[in-house]
Design a protein around this ligand. Sequence first.
Ligand code: BGC
Length: 728
Amino acid sequence: MNSTPQNSLHPAIFADAQTLRAQAERLVTQMSEDEKFSWLSGPMAIPVGDTQKPAGAIGSAAYYPAIPRLGIPAMQQADASLGISNIGNVRPGDHATGLPSSLALGASFNTRLAYESGALVGREARAKGFNVQLAGGINLIREPRCGRNFEYVSEDPLLSGVMGGHSVAGIQAQGVVSTVKHFIANGQETGRVMVSSNLSEPAMRESDLLAFQIAIELGNPGAVMPGYNLINGDYASEHGFLINHVLKGQWRYPGWVMSDWGATHSTVKAALAGLDVQSGANLDDQAYFGQALRNAVKDGRVPQSRIDDMVTRILTSLLAVGILDQAEAESKPQPIDFSAHKLIAQRQAEEGIVLLKNDAGCLPIPQKRKRILVIGEHADHGVLCGGGSSAVTPLGSLKKQGTTIMGVGVDKVYQPAPLVAAIAEESSAEEVTFLDGSDIDLAVFEAGRSDVVIVFAQEWRSEGLDAVGLGLPGNQDALIGAVAAANRATVVVIQSGGPVLMPWKDEVGAILAVWYPGSGAAAAISGILFGRVNPSGHLPLTFPASESQLPRPEQIDPETTTSNPGMPRKGGIIPIDYDIEGSDVGYRWFAREGLKPLFPFGFGLSYTQYEISGLNVAYGEHIKTSVQVMNSGKRAGKLVVQCYVARLGEEGFVRRLAGFAKVDLDAGQHSIAELELELRVFARYEEGPDGGGFKIATGTYRVWAAQHAEAEDAYQDIVVDEDRFIAP
Ligand code: BGC
C-alpha cells in the first residue's frame, strides 16, 4: 500500500529564522537608503501604457535591481501557481508547461503530487531566471462563481492549507521563493478592488485564516500577498490586525508582505500595518512607498527601523531558499525537460479528474464501440486554461479574444492537448467524427448514428471577472440535452473553473469534471475514458443544485462597480457579508442548512469499489486514527479516505474535514490507513482578554471516515473531558 497522508511534510526552511534574520540584518546595515528603497516599490516589469520594461528585467510581474557589491541578485518575480505565465507575450515566444488548475490539485487529495507540481513550477521558474514565484493560491472558495476559483484549491481550510503548503514547499525546494495569496478573503472578482469582505474574527480564524496558517506552517513561503479587497472595512494591504498582529505577530512570520499589483492605498498606514513592498506601483495613484515613504521617515511618521525591517524580511526569505548562494550563471536561462514536465502535468490531471456519474457500461468506453462522436469547441486542438495573470501558454497554444485587465489584453487560451487525436489513438474505433457543437441539428444527427458521444463542455473564467450564474455558457445545455436524447451513451467532460449546473444530468450516461486540465490533458482524459487510468479525484468543492442554495444567491452587476486596479472608481465600497455562513464554507454550510447539493464535497467515483471499516480514534496530544480500507472491486485504484468531525449537540458544528489520505490499493487488497487529524478543526475560536485562541471544548465528538462529505462508512465517538486551548 502506498499512502500519502495530509501531513507527510515538515519542511523547515525558516527553522533557523533568527540566524537567517541576523545575516539579513548585517547585509542591510551595508545598504544605502537608495538601495533599500529600490526594493520597496516597483512597477510591473512589462510595458503598460507609458511604463516601460525596466532595464535588466526579464519581463514579468516585477523586477527589483541587483546590488552586486553586496552579492545580492536582482529579484525577478513571475506568476503564478499553474506554470510560468508570459502575460502580453512580454518574452516573445517563451513558453512553459501548463499544470491543471489548482482545483484539480485539490481534487487529487494527493500531497506528493502537490509537492511535485510545485517543484515543476519552481524548476521552470528558475530555469527562466525567475527567483520569486507569485504562486500559492490559498483563498478559500466562498463564492463558487468567483472568476479565480481555478487558481484556488478548495472550499475547505484543511485541504487548501495542506495541498497549498506542499505545493509551496515544492517550489521553494528549487531555490525559488513562493508567495501565498491573496491574504485573505479575496472571495470574488467582480468589484474586487471595491468589496469589503466582512467576517467576524472567530469565523476567519476557523476558515480563511486557518487555510493560510496551515499552508504557511507546512510550506514556509518566503512572501505573502494581501489581495485587492478590504476586510471589515480596511484594505488587505494596510490591515494592521491581519498583517502585523496575526501574521507577523502571532504566527511569527519572518518573510515579507508584498501588496497585490496596484493595491497599495497609503504610505504611513500601510507601512505601520506591516506592508513591506508596494508592488505594481505604476497602477497605484501615488508612489506610496517611494518619495512619500522617504518623507514619512524624515519627519518621523515611520521609523527608520521599519524600513530596515522591510528589507531585512525580503533578504531573510531570499537567504532561506538559497538565492544569495546561486551563482550568477545559474540565473541565466537553462534548458527545461518539457517532456518530463508534461508527464507530471498528466499525472496530476489523471488524479484530479473527478468521475461524477457513470451508468453501468458507459465508462470505461468498451473497445467494441466502433463509431465515436466527439463534440466541443476546439476539442481538436486543446483544452481551456483560466485567464489572467496565471494563464500559461505552452508551445502551440491557441489564443482567442478574452478580456482586458489593467490595460493588458488577456487571451482566452486553449493549451495544446489534441483530445480528438488522443481518443482516436486510444480507442479501436473505426470512425471518430469531430464537430465543434455550433450546429445542434447536425450534432443530434451524428449522435444518432454513433455508438458513443463525448461532449467537451466548457466554461472559461478569468481574473477580473466572475462567472454570471453557474450555468454552462451559450447553447451548451441545449446541445447536451439534445445529443443525450438522441444517444444515451453520452459522456460529458466538463472543463470549468468551478461547479456548473447540469439540467441534463439524468439524461446522460457519464459525467467527468476535468477543471482546466493542463498540458497533459489529452493522455489523461483519454486514459480515463478508455480505462487505462482509474479515476481517483474527489470534488474539492460542492456542486450546488441551484444558486438559491448559496449563502448569497445574488450577484453584483459588474457595470456598477470597478473590478481592476488603476481604473477610475465607480460607486462606493460594497460590503459582502461572509458572516452569513461564517466559518461554515461550502459543504459545511450545506450540512448546517440541511441542503442537498447536486454533488457533495469529496465526492468522486472509481472503476472499482472501496470499503472503509473499523475506525479507531486515539485522542491525546495528537489525534491519531487508523481505519481499515479495502478495494473490493476488480481493478487497482486510489482511495481517498476522508475523516470528518462533528461536536455532538452543538448546533453549527456538524461536519468538518479533519484529515485525509490517498491510498493505493490493488484489486482485493486490504490495508490500514493511518491519519493524524488536525486539532484546530476540533476547536472553535474564542476571542479573549489574552488575544483569544482555539478551544476544544469538553464534550462528545463524532469522528467518521467516509468517501465524501455526505457519507459515513465507520465512526467512533470520543469524549473530551477537559477544555483544551491551542495558541492562535
Ligand atoms: C494578481 C496577482 C498577481 C499580480 C501580478 C494581480 O493582478 O491579483 O495574483 O500575482 O497581478 O501579476
